[in-house]
Design a protein. Structure first.
Length: 366
């Protein structure tokens, strides 16, 4: 058995009305609260009204900052940090999907370490301002990870801030907040969770504990295949997706991701394909590759998902995602060039060459 360690400092509160039932936990972080949101999901989900009621009951005061963009850029979080600093909060509450939670982690770093882009990429040797996370999607698992993924417009891709110091201190998970998502967003975020579970399970940095998280998450995800394919998602399935997302976050917090994320970032940046969907377009070809390099693990994945073959897996995703891109040879070469430089590639089992990456793109998108 390999040696490994596990550290996850986030306190998790799960269940209906988790925010209101555990409002007292917020008092330890200070009196002034900056609530960070995107455009609509915080209010539509009901999470915003719950947190406002909770902090008001506590005698705390708050201000809402709703400027986080989808796939937030470095410029976006710097601008947000400038605005939030004027309020001088004691801690931050992030309400939204992975974009909002990741942006809030970055804002916390900037507020503590200095508001300039360079701060994000310097070693973090301090505890940034405390972040409380309330996810309104079931996909990224960012509420339990040490990552903040931002769009770098200079490099024309996404970059990750990585530090053990940026885990949220507290996360409230209530599946009711995911009910306001459209089917398209539900599918995209659910696929992001699946991608995390698969990539984390296959990753070179996986270990016995992360493998258990991943397989448990895959079994939960399997309960939702019917709902996703029929566009009829039950409350029970939303709970399963949220739990799978959480387990996916716990998995990649230890393992990181692999080639799917490395390739998917370019699809999101250049073609504006939502992150989860971009990953989903690649998962069939990815699993075919993993069947060659990690056949025993691939068998366990199929068992956990309740599927009989990689072909059946590919068929499911062919029905869910029908997008095809007429990528030129030059575009494929450019995407491969970006991907092959990343740590995701060295974290992928097998000999991942430029040819392998190009082949996965071509078979997935043409």
């Amino acid at each position: 058995m390999l040696d490994y360690s596990f550290h996850m400092p986030t306190k998790i509160k799960w269940g209906p009305e988790a925010v209101l039932k555990n409002a007292n936990l917020l008092q330890q972080y200070g009196r002034k609260v900056a609530i960070i949101t995107g455009t609509t999901s915080a209010a539509k989900s009901g999470a915003l009204s719950d947190i406002m009621e909770a902090v008001t009951t506590n005698g705390q005061i708050y201000q809402v900052f709703s400027g986080v963009l989808t796939d937030p850029s470095i410029e976006n979080v710097v601008e947000m940090a400038v605005n939030v600093k004027r309020y001088a909060p004691d801690f931050l509450v992030a309400i939204g999907g992975g974009s909002v939670i990741d942006a809030t982690k970055a804002i916390a770093i900037l507020l503590t370490g200095g508001i300039k882009e360079e701060t994000l990429w310097q070693p973090i040797t301090y505890s940034p301002m405390a972040v409380v996370a309330i996810p309104t999607t079931a996909g990224t698992g960012s509420e339990v990870t040490p990552y903040a993924v931002l769009t770098d417009n200079n490099l024309e891709t996404k970059r990750s801030v990585v530090s053990e110091f940026i885990y949220p201190v507290l996360s409230f998970l209530d599946s009711r907040y995911t009910e306001s998502m459209s089917y398209e967003l539900t599918l995209s975020t659910a696929t992001d969770a699946l991608s995390h579970l698969l990539e984390g399970y296959f990753a070179n940095r996986s270990n016995n504990m992360s493998n258990e998280f991943a397989l448990s998450g895959l079994k939960l995800w399997s309960e939702c295949i019917c709902g996703l394919t029929t566009h009829n998602i039950t409350q029970r399935q939303r709970e399963c997706l949220l739990a799978a997302s959480l387990l996916g976050g716990l998995t990649i917090a230890k393992t990181g991701t692999t080639l799917v994320h490395a390739l998917g970032y370019s699809l999101t940046y250049y073609y504006h394909i939502p992150h989860g969907k971009a990953n989903g377009l690649l998962l069939g070809a990815y699993l075919e590759y993993m069947q060659k390099t990690s056949p025993a693990k691939t068998t366990k994945v199929l068992e956990a998902l309740g599927l009989t073959s990689v072909g059946e897996f590919c068929s499911v995703f062919a029905d869910l995602f029908t997008t095809k891109l007429n990528l030129s040879t030059r575009e494929i070469a450019g995407f491969v060039e970006k991907a092959i430089k990343t740590n995701n590639i060295t974290n992928t089992p097998g000999d991942v060459t430029a040819f392998v990456l190009a082949d996965i793109l071509e078979r997935s998108l043409r």
